[in-house]
Each structure stands twice: as structure tokens, then as C-alpha cells.
Design a protein around this ligand. Sequence first.
Ligand SMILES: [Zn+2]
Length: 378
Amino acid sequence: MTDRLYESDGYMREAEATVIGIDGDGVILDRTVFYPEGGGQPGDRGMLGRFIISDTLKGEDGSPRHIIKGEKPAVGETLPLVLDWEHRYLYMMEHSAQHLVSSILFRHGIGTVAVHQGERFFTIETDSASIDDALLLSVEDEALRAVSEGHAIEQREMSHEEAEALGMRRSIKVEGRVKVVFISGLDAVACGGVHLKSTSEIGELSYYGQERIRGHVRTMWKCGPLAVSSRRENLAIVRASSALLSSEIDGIVEAIGHLAEENAELRHMVKKARRASASFEYSLHRRETEEGKAVIFHTSEEISSFEDAISETDSQEALIVDDSARFMFHGTGERFSKLREGLKAYSLRGGGRGMLYRGSLSGDISRMLKEAGELLNG
Ligand SMILES: [Zn+2]
């Protein structure tokens, strides 16, 4: 059994440890400062002597498995164990911030169903089907107040009865003695994780958004350095947008609205112009085509622009192929089948309804058009 030093002191970053067992890639030590993945918190990373610990997982007997890929230390070897403190501290921060936010949500009648601490933000899945953003922003206000007030966070171990008597916001999931985490004056909940000493260490905290999952609202939060870098990134985006749009910051949304309107108008105009040009191109080819024969040609226009032109003449057979080998055929289904059958080598894909068929083909376009001419007009 490993002596889990992080349970009594979450701030210990180093220790001398002796290897007492190897289980696959998992190295078991007599003592450790490494927290194993659990309770929504990722496992710790760091070094054991010259060996890289890429993750820490919980073993069946509760002893952490320090994951070392490749060469491993020998059983009996004593080595310095050093935590990737930046990684661990971030998750301690997110974990503590999550306790704080969950406790405030609870006072608003919202329970916590599941939590996750991530690289970019932490999430709290609630038991509510919908929550107003306005409420979550006021939860953010309350949490920020608690951060600035600097409430002490401490873990105390007690009997099951004592813990039950606290009437905590979440039921106790462990047997026997219970570790309870208190945020002084605000919260008590059973938890075996690692936490900060004070809410003041959270620094910044911000509500980041919500999404629906399994019929519940999952809320997203950023804290500490993640909240700071997010605030800076957002400001940089806003400034760059303001420069690109030549607009004051508070006029960005309006400026984008104008651009979108203008863009829609332009697209409409381009589409109209393309159709007009396609109609003209089609009429030229039609004039050159002998009466009663199919109009067949290759265009550099987009094939979709020909829809009006090709459909306007009900009985005129036509086949047009564009530069990307997309085609449009106007004719009966029977004639389209004949075309597809006769041009098997060009693997025509696609279909249609009534007299209009479209799709794509592969191979030499000009040779294909020549063969199509022989098939349809021969
Ligand atoms: Zn906890």
C-alpha cells in the first residue's frame, strides 16, 4: 500500500520514493505526491529520477499507478519524485473553483450531476433542463465575491455519522470514514481530491457558456490563468475585428450585420449574372446545333448556372459538362439511361427527376463529349 502524501498536504511537490512494484506500465511506489485520475480530475505528471511519468491512475487497491512507458526503474530503487506542479496546480484550482460554483448553484436550487476539469475549462453538469444565462452570471458574481473574500478551504476526516449529520449537498458515496472538504462559511461536501487552501488562490473566474447534454444543462467555467488568457484572447479578437471592420469596438456587431446583408445582396447579384451569362452561352451553342440534335458542350461556367437555360426549352436534349467534371443532362429518363450505359468508361454518378439530371463523371471530358455526341446524335 502506498503512503499517499497528497492526502495530508496537496502542496507537496517532491519526495524520495522507492519502487515497490511494477504492474504493466504502472510503477507502484512506497510513497507518492502524485494524485491519480479520479473525480473528474486528471492524473498527475512529472518525473521519477530520469523516468517520465505521463499519467497517474488509480490501482485496484487504491495505490496510484505511475505510468512510465518503455524502460522502467527496478523494484527496490529509490529515486526523487518530482511533480509537474503547473499541471497539478491548475487542476487543483479548477477542482476548488468547481466546489465553489457547485455550492452556489445548489443555493439556487441547482444540483451537480457530474464534473470535469479540462485543459481549457471545467464543466459542471447540472440536474436542470434549462438555466438562464442571467442566473449563471449572477452565480459568477457570487463566486467572484467568495474569491475576493478568501474563504479557507480544508479537508477533515470524520466518521460516516458525523459526515451524515452535516446534511451536505451531495450524498456520501464511500463506506467507513469520510473526507469532507469545507469552504469556510459556504460549503461542505465529501471529496477525496486535492484542493487549494483558500478561494483567493482561484484569482479570476468566469462563466464561459452552457450546452445541453442528456437532457441537462452542462455549464462551462474558466478560472485562474485559463480565465486570464481567455480574457486576453477575446480582447485581441475584438481589437483585430474592430480594425478589419474600421469600426469602434461597440459598433462591431452592427458592422458585421451590414456586411452580412451586403454579402447576401452581392451573392444574389452574382448568381443572377452567372445565370444570364450561362443562358447566353447556351443560346450560342443551341444556334450552332442542327435542328433535332442534342446541344452538347463543355463550359468553364459553374454547371448549376445552366439550370434555367437548360430547362426553359422542354423538348431540347442537352448535355453540358463543366471544368470540375460535373454535368447536367436535359432529356428523358430513358435517354439518360442510354447515356449512362454507353459511357460506362466515364462512370457517370448522379440522377434526377423529370427531364433534368445532374451528377459528376471522371475521365477525359472532351473525349467523353465526343462519344456522347455519337450516342445521342449519331
Ligand atoms: Zn474536491
